[in-house]
Design a protein around this ligand. Structure first.
Ligand code: IMP
Length: 207
């Protein structure tokens, strides 16, 4: 049985962009969102070896500390010819200075080094978790498949967006508006981005 979310929740993130996205997504349900940063909660180390493990670790740490339900996500780009890398290390490939053009160059160089045949298939994963202080947990995973294209194109989005062309589309994530990439269609059809797809599942189960 899924558990419904009724009151406010804490967003288990110290990332302003993620916090804004969580607030926008939850607004139609009038769920108030406070951030882990505002409550002065520490950021746990992401020691898990899967997206699911890292999302659960972040959500449980915040739920227990704040004594209210907590929402966390962990996401990344998985390149098939690189055995799923960078995967859970997607943010870390950009280094301390968060240089994603260097991270995208590294992806291309590694694909060339292993002589990966084209098309270069890849997918984004978003693992979304709501954890309650009594240890109840809800988990949802969204995925979007596509191919990697170089050189990077477009200035929209973030991270690896400029090299990702989702299947069935002629423009990449870096060329799409936020609404095209993350929007939740009002008619109930499938959203495009991995995070929006995971959120659609969460909304159906818990809101
Ligand atoms: P997290 O904060 O550990 O979940 O880091 C996720 C990382 O995966 C981000 O820093 C990006 O590098 C990458 N990533 C996740 N979702 C997206 C997306 O929608 N577009 C581009 N890159 C993404």
């Amino acid at each position: 049985m899924h558990r419904k979310l009724t009151g406010p929740l804490v967003a288990a993130t110290h990332n302003a962009g993620k916090l804004r996205e969580f607030r926008e997504l939850l607004e139609p349900w009038r769920i108030a969102v406070v951030s882990a940063g505002d409550l002065g909660l520490p950021e746990p180390e992401e020691t898990g070896d899967t997206f699911e493990a890292n999302a659960k670790l972040k959500a449980f740490a915040a739920a227990r500390a704040a004594k209210m339900p907590a929402l966390a996500d962990d996401s990344g780009l998985c390149v098939e010819a690189l055995d799923g890398a960078p995967g859970i290390y997607s943010a870390r490939w950009a280094g301390g200075s968060k240089d994603f053009s260097a991270a995208m160059t590294r992806v291309q160089q590694e694909l060339l080094a292993v002589k990966a045949p084209r098309p270069w298939r890849a997918h984004f994963i978003s693992a979304l978790v709501i954890a309650w202080p009594d240890d109840h947990v809800e988990y949802f995973e969204g995925r979007v498949d596509g191919t990697l294209v170089f050189p990077p194109k477009g200035n929209n989005g973030f991270g690896y967006d400029p090299i990702f062309l989702p299947d069935g589309h002629s423009r990449g994530f870096g060329e799409m508006s936020a609404e095209e990439k993350h929007g939740i269609p009002a008619d109930g059809s499938l959203a495009l981005s991995h995070r929006a797809r995971a959120f659609q599942m969460l909304a159906r189960a818990c809101l």
